[in-house]
Design a protein around this ligand. Structure first.
Ligand SMILES: CC(C)(COP(=O)(O)OP(=O)(O)OC[C@H]1O[C@@H](n2cnc3c(N)ncnc32)[C@H](O)[C@@H]1OP(=O)(O)O)[C@@H](O)C(=O)NCCC(=O)NCCS
Length: 198
């Protein structure tokens, strides 16, 4: 459940650092370009994310890090496990009224709960830092693990839309999800109940 993972937010001069049980989420810098390009250059990632090109080259990582550095840039966190980068998570503000959660992990880091853990941290950050009542996200209908993450985090399915995926060079159906502040807050406050024998 959401409340199982406390997410202390440490304010740093360069932005925020989010800490979870196993992960540190921080702003990426140009020093991370090689690691980002190495992790992201996999078709299994690109085919499930809307804007990641394939092949993913160092130039793409440089452009991405520079875009996140400017004022009003994207809300993006590099995910680290034991100081080693393992992926990326963030909020896309392209449509300011419909902020969108997105994430990807290097393939060797799949299947260990890191996707859920980092999504939860950024969801907490979003509702604690921004005055928005809804966070949006989506997963290709052929992407059950991402859909599972969204459902575990309290997102509710709102329909299917066609979206263009850069690496596919075409549009594909996407399950759309929405998380309301009310559901998030309810999950965060859902304390454990005790059962006693009489
Ligand atoms: C999606 C992604 C981040 C998942 O990361 P992860 O760390 O492996 O995910 P988690 O381990 O936290 O959770 C995945 C959940 O999906 C489940 N799952 C995995 N494959 C599944 C499948 N084929 N069918 C149903 N459930 C599946 C897992 O069992 C897990 O649920 P559980 O914790 O209840 O067991 C990772 O696969 C990825 O980077 N994919 C490519 C990019 C991408 O899809 N990004 C999302 C764009 S919307």
């Amino acid at each position: 459940m959401l409340q199982d993972i406390p997410t202390p937010i440490l304010r740093e001069s360069r932005g925020y650092v989010l800490e979870t049980e196993r992960l540190t989420l921080r702003k990426p810098t140009l020093a991370d370009v090689k690691a980002i390009a190495h992790l992201a250059n996999d078709r299994r990632i690109a085919e499930n994310t809307r804007r990641l090109p394939h092949p993913y080259l160092s130039e793409h990582a440089v452009e991405f890090v520079r875009a996140t550095a400017g004022a009003g840039g994207e809300t993006v966190f590099l995910i680290e496990n034991s100081s080693a980068p393992i992926g990326m998570v963030g909020i896309n503000w392209r449509e300011p009224d419909a902020p969108e959660l997105g994430y990807w992990l290097g393939v060797e880091h799949w299947g260990q709960g890191y996707g859920t853990e980092s999504a939860r941290a950024v969801i907490d950050y979003f509702f604690e830092e921004f005055d928005h009542d809804h966070l949006f996200s989506g997963a290709r209908v052929a992407n059950p693990s991402s859909r599972n993450i969204l459902e575990k985090c309290g997102f509710q399915w709102s329909g299917v839309e066609l979206h263009r995926f850069e690496a596919l060079g075409s549009s594909t159906p996407v399950d759309c999800f929405r998380l309301s502040r009310g559901v998030w807050s309810s999950l965060k406050n859902w304390g454990s109940s005790m059962r006693r024998n009489r």
